[in-house]
Design a protein. Sequence first.
Length: 907
Amino acid sequence: MPRELPKAYDPTRIEDDWAEYWLREKLFDTHSASDEAQRGAFTMLLPPPNVTGRLHMGHMLNQTEMDILTRWHRMSGQLALWVPGTDHAGIATQMMVERQLVSEGTSRQELGREKFIERVWEWKQQYGDAILNQMKRLGVSVDWSREYFTMDEGLSCAVREAFVRLHEQGLIYRGAYIVNWCPRCQTAISDLEVVHEEHAGKLFEIRYPVVGAEGEFVTIATTRPETMLGDVAVAVNPNDLRYKSLHGKRLRLPLVGREIPIVLDDYANPEFGTGAVKVTPAHDPNDFAIGQRHNLPQISVMDDTARITGTGTEYDGLDRYEARTKILSALEAQGLLVAVKDHSYAVGLCDRCKTIVEPRLSLQWFVKIAPLAEKAIAAVEEGHIRFSPPQYAKTYFEWMRNIHDWCISRQLWWGHRIPAWHCSGCGEITVARETPEKCAHCGSVEIAQEKDVLDTWFSSGLLPMSVFGWPEQTPDLSAFYPTSLLVTGFDILFFWVARMIMLGTHFMFDVSMPDGSARTLKDAVPFREVYIHALVRDADRQKMSKTKGNVIDPIDIIGRFGTDAVRFTLAAMASPGTDIAFSEQRTEGYRAFANKIWNAARFLFLQIENAKAAGIATHTIDLAALTDAPIEARWIVSRLHHTATDLNTALSEYRFHEAANLVYQFFWGEFCDWYLESVKLRLRFDDGQSSSVSLDILVGVFEGALRLLSPFMPFITEELWHALYDGGPPAKSIALTRFPQGADYARDDAAERGFVLLQDLIGAVRELRKQAAVPEKEALPIFIHSESPETLSTVTANQDLLAKLARVAEVRVENAPLRGAHIRNLPAIDVSIEYERKIDFALERERLSKELERLTKEWDNSQRQLQNESFLAKAPAKVVEGLKTRAAELPGLLEKTQSALSAVEDR
Ligand SMILES: [Zn+2]
Ligand SMILES: [Zn+2]
């Protein structure tokens, strides 16, 4: 006996309760020792959101897709494990807490490293779970017992192990290199963390006097004149004839006074500028390379905050841009500033704080990447990892084949501190898993740990192993590695995806397979497939951004439409490789869909009540072997067969939009619009057996549809499923039942053909009635003609359906082709009605005149707008397009209305 449902569907009333129930019952927890796990599991890692994060639409899409897949695999009989967690997000979190300190009138430096880290942990305890709590509210079916944080003890231990092993293998080194330096964050940042922006700057041309040749100069051009304080040479191309006479000469560096050589280097391009290039190895990557080739010194002229330092000039202590202004006016005063030209070029900004990055020489830790990249390329080339959409494999290869050594050190305090200790006695470095007591080289106890921490991606790159206990060889690691799938955005393809592949294929060879055999590349990969999802844009396809003010907050939109409707919107719009233009109207539409499901359940439950009152109980019926049922029942079961088959295929290929549209079309277009309307005929419960079978089929189909819908709309389906089984559901949750398969439902081609014929016929009769303006309630006979006996018998056998759905009073079969005014020709059958319209001509004239007037006005308006240049320039493209389409329709409508009016004019 179903539980009575409230009249109105109210997502807020049901969603919180079910989300809490799933958590409380630990429904989605998994165990590696279970039989299911042994049979092969479906496993995924959640791309860990930053601990500073709040849920945005990108997460919402990512999590909707992952949850649909996890629920689908789980319902398909596999153990489905989705591991949640958060990333400590070095720079982002440190910035957040630093800002907090500033507002309290203190600073990180004032607090000191230890106290500061305590503060970050406090911050993490207090605010760090915000995004996970939002996920819990969304009811995502992750295994919360496995929730991790990248700074947890176990995961930190994996980070240390990975660093030490790479060091032992000679794959980690320390060296002075040019890095991207953020003077605000005061740390090195990776190439990927630098955003480039076109900048309208200046190109300054400066003269450097030739030593020993009064009045002779070499002119160089630069966009960063302050770096000249660190110049150690000027390079010219050996083939540049203009400078032949200067080979071997020296120049005097203005303002500093240092003598610097002219060096010959192919890097200097005779075609560009003056062909002479100043060389500042400590502040430019190309100059660094020239410096190496010519054995030049490296003179750093800026400190961590990009203030000039150590030059012995009056500019020491000035910020880089103050120094620039002063240096330029000094050069000008000495007549050495030849020209200032407008020059637009790309500047690099720190992705976090948008400060202009300063290329700068500094001592960093690096991973020698080539040996790792080689295996990571092979893993994809040999098909052990598949990208979807496949074009991302190409992007991956391009990047991996041009990869540079990975700078893994960051000058931050928040993060995994590098396990290396510097000895003040001998100057050597001791790298160790456990904190050493003395220097491994000279035995001195005067050792101090490296101040730098590791790049955040170093720890997240290890996650597919470390969340399962690596470096220990745990049962979890045996059961769940490699994971099945990674669902992620394009933006972290290199940051994260590539690094997981490199680190996984490097380290997992050492872990033998569950049966003790050696692991090969195929099983060393961190995941078998990568699905790259789209971006969520606003309804006008604009990228969401705070500055544009078009950011949609998923929590807000969920509050208005319910989680199920938002999930369904994202799924229905997620076609592979296409960005989603998220629209509230669509969400409103899917909220109406949920409402439709709710009302269908209410209708169904009412029928069960009525049956019970008539002494008829409902039974479970085998829909896989259905014979001898009314045509609409055999048709809907056959449709369910196809829907289930196609839906399983669509989900196995990540075609979420197709899957969502299939189930939507089935439920609304077929189940509600046709089947429910037809089945009403049968549910009279006064004739015993036949009503009972129809009801059993109805319940069976509805229950199957709920299970089909469940991965997309977990809340409403859980609510209705429990209501249907009130008091005794066959499982704790619909999420733990079986996902419908095609074979569960009898396919019946004849019933499908027959029902489609009836649908077409009903459609045609409805149109004819409308055209002839037959009053709604008046039943009419229809005349049919067909050459096919099967067609005729289908129609005559289902007169009750025609009567119910098209007010057909009687079906008259004509042997001769039909004649008369109201005929429709369908492929297999012709149909007509006879109806003499009784028209009030005066009224009709008035109606048509008004219509003509309205259309004429609309035509004039549209013409005015389409000829207005400034309107066309300003109006959104959508509006203009709509206007043009309508303008094209109007002449036809005008003509039809005019001739209709002429026809009644004289009557
Ligand atoms: Zn920064
Ligand atoms: Zn030592």
